[in-house]
Design a protein around this ligand. Structure first.
Ligand code: AMP
Ligand code: MG
Length: 491
């Protein structure tokens, strides 16, 4: 570890600009917390590109100083670490939760004026740890790093990953694993579950949180009597847009509990998530999701359910007359499927190169998806193949049912400017997604051999997902068989 004087000198050159706006909220919304001692911090990976976007210069740090910083051993100047309180509905059941293995260092102001949460995940016990150890293992932290950065490269709103360090500590799960800390960057970590917690603390706490969330994420909302309802409507709108984006790339979040729904509209919590290969609307990867509550095609309906939980917390702010408040909330909740469908259809049109709207488009899209489901076609590659000047030689594309669909689509495209269509398709249909077997291979190399090069190569591929890179064709291949592929929560 560096001496204290070295630490301060190096920190100042990193460029942190901390504010601690969340600590100025009512103090029942958080508890002070400190990162645990890490015996031997070492950098696994640093996200220099993200650091630069944030106005930070990590090049100024020695490897030891970077390890100490991102293991929480030398806190940035101005940070005031807290654990955030929240609750949540997990698989439909209500629980009080809170940051059990995360610590918010505070909010960093970027050169463009954006306020970003800087959070450690896996940095030890907090007042909300319940029976957990507050720690995280290297594999799951690298997994979050890979998938969140891939989502960002797709252009999908998401928390980001700035660094992963190993702590030199062993942690105990099914076996003995390497301890690690992820530094997560977010527009904020306010969740639907934060509101579920706040409303139970009383009217003043609830309103303070709502006003803070509006000021931070929806500053354009008029400061009028209807602003809380408009806030709810805007959150619903961002969720509709977000889930539509997930559907467009075959992303299965896997644990859409209300504590994992961000008010900012970002994807948050990369636990059991994974990408669908063969198109199957019932796709589930999570080992504990037996009922398919969070299956691919249930993501919009579950979001509507989660938004209803948010609305319940806000009723008293919608209208003092509870009947009226319920009617106002119901109108927004019942409109959610329309909102989602509009975003979904708009994005699916783009995936097929269509910039104009025609009544038959929804049916055209549905019949392609039906064919993909029947033939177990790879979701990502089918759309990318359709984006190429010529379809690859593949027997499935010779089948009469597909040919009939293809003719119908080409005719529909005839009403469009064709050159533009191909470019549009290539800009929304990724060639590269984090294929589950590639992610696992990257994690295995890192965990078992301290070899981060497999992950670095994968990250490089995923950083430009829409580029044609024929030399990387192997990264487009789905796994041979993944019928037994399972993912895990909270590990
Ligand atoms: P998640 O599955 O990540 O959404 O976490 C659900 C809840 O469990 C949150 O309150 C976490 O802080 C908590 N949690 C998960 N893992 C641990 C751990 N190892 N120690 C303490 N709390 C944890
Ligand atoms: Mg979570």
């Amino acid at each position: 570890m560096p001496t204290p004087t070295e630490t301060v000198a190096e920190e100042n050159t990193v460029g942190w600009r901390f504010d601690n706006t969340y600590t100025r909220l009512p103090d029942d919304l958080f508890a002070p917390a400190q990162p645990a001692k890490a015996p031997e911090p070492r950098v696994a990976i640093l996200n220099h590109r993200l650091a630069t976007e944030m106005g930070l210069n990590l090049d100024a740090l020695s490897p030891e100083a970077a390890a100490a910083l991102f293991a929480g051993q030398a806190l940035p100047e101005g940070s005031q670490p807290i654990a955030q309180a929240y609750a949540g509905h997990q698989y439909g059941g209500f629980t009080i939760l809170g940051d059990g293995r995360a610590i918010l260092l505070g909010e960093h102001r970027t050169p463009s004026g954006q306020l970003l949460d800087i959070q450690f995940k896996g940095s030890g016990l907090t007042p909300f740890s319940r029976r957990g150890d507050g720690k995280a293992a290297l594999g799951p932290m690298l997994r979050e790093y890979i998938i969140s950065e891939a989502m960002a490269a797709f252009g999908i709103p998401t928390t980001r990953s700035l660094a992963v360090v190993t702590t030199g500590e062993r942690i105990y799960r099914d076996g003995i694993l390497k301890g690690a800390i992820l530094t997560r960057i977010a527009d904020s970590h306010i969740r639907v579950g934060t509101f579920e917690y706040a409303v139970r603390r009383g009217a003043a706490t609830l309103q303070a949180l709502a006003d803070y969330a509006i000021a931070r994420h929806y500053p354009d909302l008029a400061d009028g009597p209807g602003k809380y309802l408009e806030f709810f409507r805007s959150v619903a709108d961002r969720q509709a847009a977000l889930i539509a984006r997930w559907q467009h790339v075959g992303f299965v979040h896997g644990v859409m509990n209300t504590d994992n729904v961000a008010i900012s509209g970002e994807t948050i919590d990369y636990g059991p998530c994974a990408f669908m290969n063969a198109y199957n609307p019932a796709t589930v990867f999570s080992s504990i999701d037996h009922g398919g509550r969070y299956a691919y095609d249930n993501q919009p309906a579950i979001t509507q359910w989660n938004l209803a939980r948010l609305a319940e917390t806000l009723l008293s702010l919608f209208d003092p007359d509870s009947e009226k408040a319920i009617a106002l909330a119901t109108e927004v909740i019942e409109d959610f499927p329309n909102r989602f469908d509009a975003y979904w259809l708009a994005g699916m049109r783009k995936k097929l190169g269509l910039r104009t709207d025609e009544a038959e488009d929804a049916d055209l899209i549905r019949s392609l998806l039906d064919w993909m489901q029947k033939t177990r076609a790879d979701f990502t590659n089918t759309f990318r193949d359709l984006s190429s000047p010529e379809l690859p030689a593949d027997d499935r594309y010779q089948a009469p049912e597909f040919q009939a669909w293809h003719t119908r689509w080409r005719e529909r495209l005839g009403h469009e400017d064709s050159q533009g269509a191909a470019a549009l398709m290539r800009s929304v249909n990724p060639a590269f997604i984090p294929r589950n077997h590639r992610v696992e291979a990257a994690l295995a190399a890192a965990e078992s051999r301290d070899d981060l090069s497999v992950m670095q190569r994968l990250l490089d591929v995923l950083a430009s997902p829409y580029e044609d890179r024929p030399e990387l064709a192997e990264y487009r291949e789905p796994p041979a068989d993944e019928s037994n592929y399972r993912t895990f929560c909270g590990t």
